[in-house]
Design a protein around this ligand. Structure first.
Ligand code: PLP
Length: 413
């Protein structure tokens, strides 16, 4: 008899964004005159840049000619892009990589979600809390999460709270773990680790045979010097860490789809049986060659264009635009007495709700009283309760209008 993977029915529906949508739609039906401003979902709003569009057109034209047409490409990505990433994204940070250590994909969601394919079901997984839900859900699917408790936590997953009490720096786990997901700059809190703080994790991973899955999807938003853009800025990190990156937020590729994963050749993991150590790079290559047929040529050309001198300037302008929004949001919330985190090296602002308000109560209040849609922090995990996430990825006009409303808002009423 054919059977399903029961873990899929253990997984609760992801209600967060549909619950938000329902609440917003009900409110709009009851108040058709209200101009609701969305500052919840982390999608970008600015269009693709000129260099990217030009290269998309040029690559499309190549596909129209027999002489330049491309069929299946290398599953790992075209060499022109992996070499460009090595040279433009890592060398300036002092990091030497081999193009064969870079795997181009359709984005960091797929890669962070799929990476568990090559890891044992026996691994004990740790995540920071609050957390990007893909890390947990993909481990539920992969038989590693156990059971969901009434406290909102999975029994076999180790949760590492990140709250103002620890300055959003996760403490090293007290119990034995095998794999940890770290995401810095963080979604949803917008906070970061300094080089010294990340080194603590790399040293711990080396000492305790732990694999770090480092999600750097927001590295392009970093403005402070002491914040590392890549985990490989930390000595010996190549022995213990995989890094995920994305063009989504960096260059407006959320709908265009391109990302990449770095799997260093020197990263070796033990087999389930015996003492043999195996290269994770080889396994990921094997996995990708079996289950993935490569990112489209035209998309990889578009991604390459973000690294040309003009492309880099354009990307910087996009990031500067969003980070100016972040500053506006942060300062406006501070001006009305709110405690806020993030928004300096990331497009997310994490606001503590005033005393007595839960995440959802604050969400409702913002929607009803100033017509602003945010994301309730508790939707990202138990330690997100009592917080609200604002996204700076909207357009300037809406951001300014939303903050003007906040300025005149009596939050305590
Ligand atoms: N990782 C984090 C932390 C994210 O917040 C997101 C998107 O919101 C992703 C990965 C997914 O990125 P991509 O669009 O490349 O799949």
């Amino acid at each position: 008899m054919a059977k399903i993977n029961d873990n899929f029915i253990k997984l609760p529906e992801s209600y967060l964004f549909s619950d938000i949508s329902k609440k917003v739609n009900t409110y709009k039906t009851e108040h058709p005159e209200a101009k609701v401003i969305r500052m919840g979902i982390g999608d970008v709003t600015l269009p693709l840049t000129g260099e990217v569009i030009q290269s998309l057109h040029a690559a499309t034209d190549e596909m129209a000619q027999a002489a330049t047409f491309k069929g299946y490409g290398p599953e790992q990505g075209y060499r022109f892009l992996t070499e460009t990433i090595v040279k433009e994204a890592y060398l300036p940070l002092g990091i030497q990589l081999d193009p064969e250590e870079i795997f181009i994909s359709d984005g960091a969601k797929s890669d962070t979600g799929n990476f568990g394919d090559i890891l044992s079901k026996e691994n004990r997984i740790a995540v920071t809390d609050p957390v990007y839900p893909v890390y947990i859900d993909s481990n539920v699917m992969g038989y590693r999460a156990g059971e969901l408790g009434s406290n909102g936590k999975w029994s076999n997953i180790v949760y590492l709270p990140c709250t103002p009490d620890n300055n959003f720096v996760p403490a090293l786990p007290q119990e034995k773990i095998d794999v940890v997901y770290l995401c810095f700059p963080n979604n949803p809190t917008g906070t970061t680790l300094t080089r010294d703080q990340l080194k603590v994790w790399v040293d711990y991973a080396i000492k305790n045979d732990v694999l770090i899955l480092f999600d750097a999807a927001y590295e392009a938003f970093i403005t402070e010097k002491e914040v590392p853009h890549s985990i490989y800025e930390i000595e010996n990190a190549k022995k213990v860490a995989v890094e995920f990156r994305s063009f989504s937020k960096t260059a407006g590729f959320t709908g265009t789809r391109c990302g990449y994963t770095v799997v260093p050749k020197e990263l070796l993991l033990s087999c389930e049986e015996g003492d043999k150590k195996v290269s994770l790079n080889k396994l990921w290559n094997r996995r990708q060659c079996t289950k993935f047929n490569g990112t489209p040529y035209i998309i990889q050309k578009a991604a390459e264009a973000t690294f040309s001198p003009k492309g880099k300037e354009e990307v910087k302008a996009l990031i500067d635009y969003y980070m100016s929004n972040a500053k506006i949001i942060r300062e406006s919330l501070e001006n009305i007495g709110m405690k806020v985190f993030g928004g300096v090296n990331s497009p997310y602002i994490w606001m503590k709700t005033p005393e007595g308000f839960s995440s959802w109560e604050m969400f409702d209040k913002l929607l009803k009283e100033v017509n602003i849609v945010t994301t309730p922090g508790v939707g990202f995990g138990p330690s997100g309760e009592g917080f609200i996430r604002f996204s700076a990825l909207g357009n300037r006009e809406d951001t300014l209008e939303a903050m003007e409303r906040i300025k005149h808002w009596n939050i305590k009423k």
